[in-house]
Design a protein around this ligand. Structure first.
Ligand code: S3P
Length: 179
C-alpha cells in the first residue's frame, strides 16, 4: 500500500459524471475532492462562461494549466477535471504527475442528453459541434490509466467500482487505519 497513488483525477467528456462521482469517491476513500471548473471560478471570480466570453478560451486553458500545476502538490484528493483539460498536453502532464487518472467513458447519446444547453458550457453548441469535439477528444482520454464505462451506473455505484478496482482492499484499509 505504501506506493499507492495519493491523488486520483477523473477525466472525460462534458456530462460523463466527473463532478458527481468525485465527491462520492472521495467520501469512500476519506479524501477531499475538488472540481477544476469550480476552483477556477473561485480563483478568477468569474463563472466559466464569463471567462470564455471576456477573456477567450486560451485564457481559460491557461487557468486550467496553472491549477493543474498547483494540484500536483496535493495529496489525498479526488479531482474532477474539466472536459477539455486532459486534451491539453501540458495540463495533462501536470494532472498525471503522481496521480492515477481515470477516464469516465460515456457514449455520445448519453452526454448529449445530459449536457444542458443553458449557456453554462460555452463549448456545448450545436449537436455537430459537440459530436466533433467528442471525436477529437477521445485519443486524449485514452491516455488515462483506467477506463470505466460511465453511462450504465449511478455515481455512487460507479465510485465504488472505481475504488474497488484502483484501490483493492480500500474498505479494509480504511477500517483498520481508523481509531
Ligand atoms: C469544457 C468542459 C467544461 C468546462 C468548460 C470547457 C470542455 O467542464 O471546463 O466549459 O472543453 O470540454 P465539464 O466537463 O465539467 O462540463
Amino acid at each position: 500500500m505504501a506506493d499507492r497513488p495519493r491523488r486520483l483525477v477523473l477525466v472525460g467528456f462534458m456530462g460523463s459524471g466527473k463532478s458527481a462521482v468525485a465527491p462520492a469517491l472521495a467520501a469512500m476513500l476519506g479524501w477531499e475532492h475538488l472540481d477544476m471548473d469550480v476552483e477556477i471560478e473561485r480563483h478568477t471570480g468569474l463563472v466559466v462562461a464569463e471567462i470564455f466570453r471576456q477573456r477567450g478560451e486560451a485564457a481559460f486553458r491557461a487557468e486550467e494549466g496553472q491549477l493543474a500545476l498547483r494540484l500536483a502538490a496535493r495529496e489525498e484528493l479526488v479531482v474532477a477535471a474539466g472536459g477539455g483539460a486532459f486534451a491539453q498536453p501540458d495540463t495533462r502532464e501536470a494532472l498525471r504527475r503522481g496521480a492515477v487518472t481515470v477516464w469516465l467513458r460515456c457514449d455520445l447519446e448519453t452526454v448529449m442528453s445530459r449536457i444542458a444547453r443553458d449557456g453554462s458550457r460555452p463549448l456545448a453548441g450545436s449537436r455537430e459541434t459537440i459530436a466533433a469535439l467528442f471525436a477529437a477528444r477521445e485519443s486524449s482520454y485514452r491516455l488515462a490509466d483506467w477506463t470505466f464505462d460511465a453511462a450504465r451506473l449511478p455515481p455512487e455505484a460507479l465510485a465504488r467500482e472505481i475504488a474497488d478496482a484502483v484501490f483493492p482492499g480500500w474498505e479494509g484499509a480504511r477500517r483498520t487505519s481508523e481509531p
